[in-house]
Ligand binder design. Structure first.
Ligand code: FES
Ligand code: FE2
Length: 454
C-alpha cells in the first residue's frame, strides 16, 4: 500500500474496542481515494428499483461511488449496469436521468452503443479506421455483477465479494420490514429528489445506522409541534399538543442492531402506530394492512413503523416514512443525497400520494427533519477544517460492552437503541475494507471483531 496510510495506520484510526475514532476518516483525501477503490469498488451498492426500469430499453442513470453507471433493462428482461463512459475519450454517453432508448449515442463524436453496451456504430468508420475498428472490444464497460433483492437492484465491481444475500446478512431481515409487507411488493413513487450537502457521506450513513439518540434533541422542536395523543381510534392529529409520554419510556423494547457495517434501530411498540409526521391516510393504511403484514413478517416487524436503517455503505431508509436514500460520495467533504419514495405496489393511489407528500415534507430536500439532520453534519464538517479539531478523537462509546445476541428472533448483534454499537461496527468494517486487499481477510477481521463482542 502506498501513501501515508498503511494497514496499521488505518487500523489505528478506528479503535472500536475502546470506542474512539479519528476525525481524519471524514476529511482526508487519501483515505477518500482508498474508499473509492476498496470500499465502493467492492461492496454491493444500490442502483435503483426494478419498478423504475420495467420495460426493455428502459434505463436509469446513477453512480457507484463516483463512477457514473447506466442501469438498463435488456430485451430478455435481464438487467445490466454499464459504465457511463464513452470508450473513445471518456464522454458520458447518456445524460438523461432515466428513459427508454434503443441506443446510447455519445454527444462528442457520435459513437453509438446498444442498450447492452455493445459498440454499434462509429461515424465514418471506414475512413477513420482504414485498418478496421475493434468494435467488439470497445463496448461500454460492464459492472461485473448485478443482483436484485425483492425489487431493489444492486451492483458490485468485484468478483471476490460474496453473493448479495450473504453480503446483506441480517440487515435483510430489517429491510424486509419495508419490502415485504404485502404480496405485491414495492415500487418507487414519483421521481428522485437529488441535492448536495457539504459533508462526508459517513455522517449520514452512520446516523441512519446507529443514531436514534440525536432525535431527542435535534428533532425535539419538530416532534413537539407534531406530537399528538392518539384519539380513541388510535389515529393521530397533526398539530395537537404533545401530552403523551415519550416513546422511549412507553415502548415495550428498544433495539439497535449493528453488524458488518449495517445498522438499524427501532422501538417495539404495541400498536401499528405510524410516525407522527405522516398524513392520516398513511397512518390509516398501516392499520388497515397490519394483519397482512403480521402474517407475512410476524408481529415485531409488522408493528415496526418507525425505525432507521443503513445497509453498508450508502443505502439508508426509514420504516413507515417511505424514504429510501443513497448517499453518493463527492469527495471527502461533499455528499449527493438521492431520496426515493418507496411504498407498497398494492396501496391505493391516494395513499401513494399521501406517502409521497409525507416523505417530502419530513425528509425531502427542504424537509423539516432532514434540515435538522444535515445542519449537524455540515457544521461538523466545517469544524473539522480546523487543525486542532482534527487532532482529538471522537467518542463512540455508548453501550460499549453491552452487546448481545437476542433469543426472541430479532437477529444479529444488538444493544439498547441509544447506543453506538452500529457506529462502532460500521467504522470497524470501513477500516477492515480499507486495510485488506483480499475479501477473505476483510471477513476474517470483521469476524474477529464480532467474536470479541458477544
Ligand atoms: S468521446 Fe465519445 S465518441 Fe468521442
Ligand atoms: Fe434525524
Amino acid at each position: 500500500m502506498n501513501g501515508k496510510f498503511d494497514a496499521d495506520k488505518i487500523d489505528a484510526l478506528v479503535d472500536a474496542r475502546n470506542g474512539r475514532i479519528t476525525p481524519l476518516i471524514f476529511t482526508d483525501p487519501e483515505l477518500y481515494e482508498l474508499e473509492l477503490e476498496r470500499l465502493f469498488g467492492r461492496c454491493w451498492l444500490f442502483l435503483c428499483h426494478e419498478s423504475q426500469i420495467p420495460k426493455a430499453g428502459d434505463f436509469f442513470n446513477t453512480y457507484m461511488g463516483e463512477d457514473p453507471v447506466i442501469v438498463t433493462r435488456q430485451k430478455d428482461g435481464s438487467i445490466k449496469a454499464l459504465l457511463n463512459q464513452c470508450r473513445h475519450r471518456s464522454m458520458r454517453v447518456c445524460h438523461a436521468d432515466s428513459g427508454n432508448t434503443r441506443a446510447f449515442t455519445c454527444p462528442y463524436h457520435g459513437w453509438s452503443y446498444g442498450v447492452d453496451g455493445a459498440l454499434k456504430d462509429i461515424p465514418l468508420e471506414d475512413r477513420v479506421y482504414p485498418q478496421g475498428a475493434c468494435k467488439e472490444q470497445w463496448g461500454l464497460l460492464e459492472v461485473n455483477r448485478v443482483a436484485s433483492y425483492k425489487g431493489l437492484i444492486f451492483g458490485c465491481w468485484s468478483d471476490e465479494t460474496p453473493a448479495l444475500e450473504e453480503y446483506m446478512g441480517d440487515i435483510a431481515w430489517y429491510l424486509d420490514g419495508v419490502l415485504d409487507r404485502r404480496e405485491g411488493g414495492t415500487e418507487i413513487i414519483g421521481g428522485v429528489h437529488k441535492w448536495e450537502i457539504e459533508c462526508n457521506w459517513k455522517f449520514a450513513a452512520e446516523q441512519f445506522a446507529s443514531d436514534q439518540y440525536h432525535a431527542l434533541f435535534s428533532h425535539a422542536s419538530a416532534i413537539q409541534v407534531l406530537g399528538a395523543q392518539p384519539d380513541d381510534e388510535g389515529s393521530k392529529k397533526l398539530g395537537a399538543a404533545q401530552t403523551a409520554r415519550p416513546v422511549w419510556e412507553t415502548a415495550k423494547d428498544a433495539i439497535q442492531y449493528g453488524q458488518r457495517g449495517h445498522g438499524s434501530g427501532f422501538f417495539f411498540t404495541e400498536k401499528p402506530d405510524a410516525n407522527v409526521w405522516v398524513d392520516g391516510e398513511v397512518a390509516q393504511y398501516f392499520r388497515d394492512t397490519y394483519q397482512e403484514a403480521k402474517e407475512r413478517l410476524g408481529e415485531v416487524r409488522a408493528l415496526r413503523l418507525a425505525g432507521h436503517n443503513t445497509m453498508f455503505p450508502t443505502l439508508s431508509w426509514l420504516n413507515g416514512t417511505a424514504t429510501l436514500r443513497i448517499w453518493h460520495p463527492r469527495g471527502p467533504n461533499k455528499t449527493e443525497v438521492w431520496a426515493f419514495c418507496i411504498c407498497d405496489k398494492d396501496a391505493p393511489q391516494e395513499v401513494k400520494e399521501a406517502f409521497e407528500r409525507s416523505a417530502t415534507r419530513a425528509f425531502g430536500p427542504a424537509g423539516f427533519l432532514e434540515q435538522d439532520d444535515s445542519e449537524n453534519w455540515v457544521e461538523i464538517q466545517k469544524v473539522l477544517r480546523g487543525y486542532k479539531a482534527r487532532q482529538s478523537k471522537l467518542i463512540v462509546e455508548m453501550g460499549l460492552g453491552n452487546e448481545k445476541v437476542r433469543e426472541d428472533g430479532i437477529p444479529g448483534i444488538t444493544n439498547y437503541i441509544f447506543s453506538e454499537t452500529a457506529a462502532r461496527a460500521m467504522y470497524r468494517r470501513w477500516a477492515d475494507l480499507l486495510m485488506h486487499e483480499k475479501w477473505a481477510d476483510v471477513e476474517k477481521a470483521t469476524e474477529q471483531f464480532e467474536k470479541e463482542l458477544v
